[in-house]
Design a protein around this ligand. Sequence first.
Ligand code: NAD
Length: 503
Amino acid sequence: MPLSTKTTTISHFINGVETTGEGNSILPVRNPATGQMTGELRLANEADLNTAVAAARKAAETWGDISLAKRTAVLFKFRELVAAHVDDLAELITAEHGKVLSDAKGEIGRGLEVIEFACGVPQLLKGDYSDQVSTGIDVFSFREPIGVVAGITPFNFPVMVPLWMAPMAIATGNAFILKPSHRVPSAAMLLADLFTQAGLPDGVFQVLHGDREVVSGLLTHPDIDGISFVGSTPVAKHINEVATAHGKRVQALGGAKNHAIVLPDADLDNAADHLAAAAFGSAGQRCMAISVAASVGDAADLLVKKVEERAVAVKVKNGTEPDADMGPVIGADSRNFIVKTIGEAEAAGAAMVVDGRDLVVPGHEEGFWVGPTVIDHVKTEMSAYTEEIFGPVLVVVRVDTLEDGINLINSNPYGNGTAIFTSSGAAARKFQRSVDVGMIGINVPLPVPVAYHSFGGWKASLFGDKHIYGPEGVSFYTRGKVVTSRWPEASHASGASYNFPSS
Ligand code: NAD
């Protein structure tokens, strides 16, 4: 692939300075809509990692001690700067990820919500106080930062997922090192610049680019206290095992296979609108995408027809086009996997309703395209059901009853998100209480929690016990202290007691 004339070198951000570091390895960054190489990413080596961790350790000591008023002043300013640079951030996202600009702005909006929540950190860190638990004795508890945290993030949300982590870690007094996905590195550098403009001291937020070698260094480095990870399940499991074995606190969010149950009493037009949007938005590359429609009873034929109508109407274009609904997938490897998996379903006897394999986008023949695809009569043993395809593919599994749908969901190894479409409150309530899934939508297809509720799946969708951002994020990035205090007045000595203290 020839170098584009616009190729840029993407550096690290270490201790307040943009630097190419000491590592010699380089990875290409491509625009998925054109296939063109747009950047050269410098990968950090061990020396770069050690420099960043040393800077973070030093920064954490002062930042963790700084007043809440000063910390939040930086966060308020950062919030204003991110809001003022939504267009710039969105352009970087679309250029490297491919999603349409409006969708890119949507993910920045969800990231802004987390910054706003983090601005309220004084309220969140207030602690508890019990007066006079025994005569003259008070007990109070509060939380302190854990120290240095590394965040390792996936390609599909270049801004939102780093913002799920960094504002929370920084607001609670930690230093944070971001290792973004090597496929979408540029937005992280703009975030670093905005943090600096907001007045964040050097070393509190750093960006270190790299692949598995850098990640290994982060997981095992003795001066890193916590790891926040979001990505695929095999990597999440590996991160959890290695980092916990090295004494670190870990939250590792993994992949998904999200089912939507559609009952015959649902408004089928509404359900079809939402299914199409949740399956094909961002080319299906969302951890909360709906990739399985479990159609109950006699709703199936009509539902599939309605989804088909919507799938063929999706405008697939370069994400910079104002009327684009959907952009490309992230790379050639991803495209090949999606196409292969669709073919396996067809060969195994599933019904191709809409087939996006041969899509060509005029003027963008070198881009990584797959059109919206709908496959009916999919069986649970087919790879289109067992694999997280992570592309614009909706598989339809037909079930007889709500109970069968719930059993289907609970038999699946993943448990990230799910949804039900129905007009029955009783069915919805049974569903919400019965599914082994972390985030549930009732007539809502993408139930990504708002910033003041935490985000997290169950089963193979999350390793570690803390969900991300919201109250559980505060808990993850801090550790508790409990103080039992007595201030005796003079001459109250009553002699030593050798029994276990009780009130
Ligand atoms: P990925 O697991 O390939 O990569 C995630 C991060 O881990 C990247 O920074 C990458 O450089 C690093 N990495 C990759 N392989 C590694 C290895 N062997 N050792 C150490 N580090 C490694 O994920 P991706 O393809 O970038 O993102 C898509 C995946 O992320 C999907 O499975 C999706 O469901 C998942 N995801 C989950 C959530 C969630 O909240 N649960 C959110 C977004 C994405």
